[in-house]
Design a binder for this molecule. Structure first.
Ligand code: NDP
Length: 313
């Protein structure tokens, strides 16, 4: 029987290529830890699906998210990081060196691991949502709103993301039907006010998405009022899901301590997990701040923690 698995030993393995992963890479490279970074399925992470970033210090005029992540990557490369395309699919942290499988065929043995796998958009879980994904269903208004210019769309969610995306869509689309499951919104007061004062955003309170309708592409949404049971069919072309994110931590389950939502728990004031030599940074361990700049800051912490750990080996 042939075994195609290749094994490689690395000093410091970084998993993920958002602000946390690249910042960890920059610091670890400068500390001569010779990190190897695997980018995952979305090189650059969530910022590659945003447009303008105005709150990252150092860019007085703002910067496009994808452009900023190219800058991060270039800087990590210039410092000497070995950046590779590939997805970590399995780990075994039960013994040292820690094992991480890439694309199920390459086995990395690492003295230390920095986890920076981020978070991904949540979905409602409807069959129609999955079937029509990419055919009118999207989890990123900023990426896909353009395709629905002059058309009617719906958005589900009531947090700051949903509010921000509804406002964005209201500038492109004729009407935005906003589906809110309770009788109030979670979004900050200022965002709520903006949404409520926008004429072409129609809010459906106490409502859930019963079904997204359409054969080949989205044609309508059936909205159910959970108080009255009444169902309304609204013709739309685009359906946006903005109900939050979940951490990309599945492959670490059973090894690392996590909260009930799957966020990796780190020792306060550090990036240390419950396993010595395994560190976590960025959105995979932060459900509170979730900003590019906080992710970058925690990536720096992880690299410094890893450097100290490796120095003590
Ligand atoms: P949130 O978790 O804050 O909000 C998720 C929203 O989706 C809630 O309204 C929730 O409803 C709703 N929801 C969840 N699951 C379902 C479901 N199955 N069906 C229908 N509705 C559902 O996520 P966000 O992504 O909006 O925000 C995350 C964090 O990022 C927050 O801290 C937010 O403040 C921050 N943020 C800040 C921005 C800014 O300051 N400019 C911009 C964007 C985000 P319910 O309220 O009933 O639970």
């Amino acid at each position: 029987m042939s075994d195609i698995t290749t094994i490689e030993h690395v000093h410091c393995l970084i998993i993920g290529s958002g602000p946390a992963g690249y910042t960890a890479a920059i610091y670890a490279s400068r500390a001569n830890v010779k990190p190897v970074l695997y980018q995952g399925i979305q090189p650059g992470g969530q910022l590659t699906i945003t447009t303008e970033v105005e709150n990252y210090p150092g860019y007085p005029e703002g910067v496009q998210g994808p452009e900023m992540m190219i800058d991060f990557e270039k800087q990590a490369k210039r410092m000497g990081t070995d950046i590779r395309f590939g997805l970590a699919t399995k780990v075994d942290f039960s013994a040292k060196p820690y094992k991480v499988w890439i694309d199920e065929e390459k086995e990395i043995h690492a003295d230390s691991v920095i986890i920076a796998t981020g978070a991904s958009a949540k979905w409602l879980g409807l069959e129609s949502e999955q079937r029509l994904n990419g055919y009118g269903v999207s989890a990123c208004a900023v990426c896909d709103g353009f395709f629905f210019r002059g058309k009617e769309v719906a958005i589900v969610g009531a947090g700051d993301t949903a509010a921000e995306e509804a406002l964005y869509l209201s500038k492109l689309c004729t009407t935005v039907h906003m589906i809110v499951r309770r009788d109030e919104m979670r979004a900050s007061k200022v965002m709520q006010d903006r949404v409520k004062n926008t004429e072409n955003i129609k809010i459906y309170w106490n409502s859930e998405t019963d079904e997204i309708l359409g054969e080949k592409s989205v044609e309508a949404v059936r909205i159910k009022n959970t108080k009255t049971g009444e169902k309304t069919e609204v013709p739309i072309k685009g359906f946006f899901v903005a109900i939050g994110h979940q951490p990309n931590s599945d492959i670490f389950k059973g090894f690392l301590h996590m909260d009930e939502a799957g966020y990796i728990q780190t020792i306060p004031g550090s990036s240390k997990t419950n396993i010595e030599g395994v560190f976590a940074c960025g959105d995979v361990q932060d459900k509170i701040y979730r900003q590019a700049v906080t992710a970058a800051g925690s990536g720096c912490m992880a690299a410094l923690d890893a450097e100290r750990f490796l120095g003590g080996l």
